[in-house]
Design a protein around this ligand. Structure first.
Ligand code: TYM
Length: 332
């Protein structure tokens, strides 16, 4: 049986990259699989968010999942800190994770920047907590954007090392599921960087709470090159800004890049951007308004998170008991 686990950090604005690269795919998966979708608030602590902000962002991400179409009855939606097993298993797994593996993580290097000594331990151990998230539920598949690939490979390595050490296949090796045309959406201001909630420029991303005028302004300001649009996908090579906007268009239209390009071949960017604005607003406005409606009633979101945490705990507790028993921690 496939079990899906995935999550989003409640650190910044929930943006188009999170939606197209991850959450939209989750909606499709819930039809056929047992799905657990988490708001990873413990991961968010690595950047020391303001407490009030963290709480409202956590509810905002929950609202985004539901507004995008994740059904809280069919799936488990909860926030990570409500299930203490994540932190516990993370510790156990950290005792099976060589530092050399963590030293290879490019996201840590990017986030820590030049002042590695000032980076906090939580940021360094972040991928181990991510492995714990997945393995606590014995998830077999993890739908994510491209940027999480390395972390998932590490999760597989950690699961393998643990299984091997204790001579038992406790954890399945989780498979990354990276699919669609939008596995890596880039910044609208700099197509060499991924669209990210940590980018200081709000114009670099489309937030799922942006209204139509804001979306229009951001798309019109998006960086492009002076050439008209090419007639085929090959013509997007070495044109990262053009390739990014076409990928966003194709993802929103749920089509291929070829088909997205066809009606615009030879056109100037200004007309393509107008079409992109219309498409983005028509696809995103219903989600934005549903998110706003849900966020106006935080008690209902909390009730969904509470119910999700109870259901998640039932699975997590079983795994944790099995692990504790296997490794010699007494479970009286
Ligand atoms: P996070 O919060 O950075 O991103 C959440 C999801 O959105 C995807 N994503 C993107 N996809 C395409 N283009 C982009 N520009 C873009 N930006 C973000 C991410 O790939 C991700 O799927 N460590 C994870 C959260 C996490 C997790 C987990 C994920 C914690 N535990 C267990 C899966 C399983 C993270 O920081 O994602």
């Amino acid at each position: 049986m496939k079990r899906i686990f995935s999550g989003v950090q409640p650190t910044g604005d929930f943006h188009l990259g999170n939606y197209l690269g991850a959450v939209r795919n989750w909606v499709a998966l819930q039809r056929d699989f047992d799905c657990i979708y988490c708001i990873v608030d413990l991961h968010a602590l690595t950047v020391q968010p303001e407490p009030v902000r963290l709480a409202s962002r956590t509810r905002e991400v929950a609202a985004a999942y539901i507004a995008a179409g994740v059904d809280p009855k069919r799936c488990i939606i909860f926030n990570q800190s409500m299930v203490s097993g994540h932190a516990e298993l993370s510790w156990v797994l950290s005792c099976h994770t060589p530092l050399g593996w963590l030293n290879r993580m490019t996201q840590f290097k990017d986030k820590a920047g030049k002042h590695k000594d000032n980076a906090v331990l939580g940021l360094y151990g972040y991928p181990v907590l991510m492995a714990a998230d997945i393995l606590l539920y014995k998830a077999t598949h993890v739908p994510v954007g491209e940027d999480q690939k390395q972390h998932l490979e590490l999760s597989r390595d950690i699961a393998g090392a643990f299984n091997h050490h204790y001579g038992k296949d406790v954890f399945p090796l989780p498979e990354p599921q990276i699919f669609g045309v939008a596995t890596r959406i880039m910044s609208l201001r700099d197509a060499t960087k991924k669209m990210s909630s940590s980018d200081p420029s709000d114009a670099s991303r489309i937030n799922m709470t942006d209204d139509a005028d804001t979306i229009a302004a951001k798309v019109r300001k998006a960086k492009t090159d002076p050439e008209p649009l090419p007639g085929d996908v090959k013509g997007l090579e070495n044109r990262p800004e053009a390739a990014n906007l076409v990928a966003i268009y194709a993802a929103l239209a749920e089509t291929t890049k070829e088909q997205a390009l066809a009606p615009h071949a030879g056109a100037q960017f200004s007309s393509f951007k107008n079409a992109l604005v219309d498409l983005a607003v028509s696809k995103l406005a219903p989600i934005t308004s549903e998110m706003k409606r849900l966020m106006s009633d935080p008690a209902s979101i909390d009730a969904i998170l509470r119910d999700g945490a109870e259901r998640a705990s039932a699975i997590a507790d079983k795994t944790l008991r099995e692990v504790k028993d296997l490794i010699g921690l007494v479970v009286p």
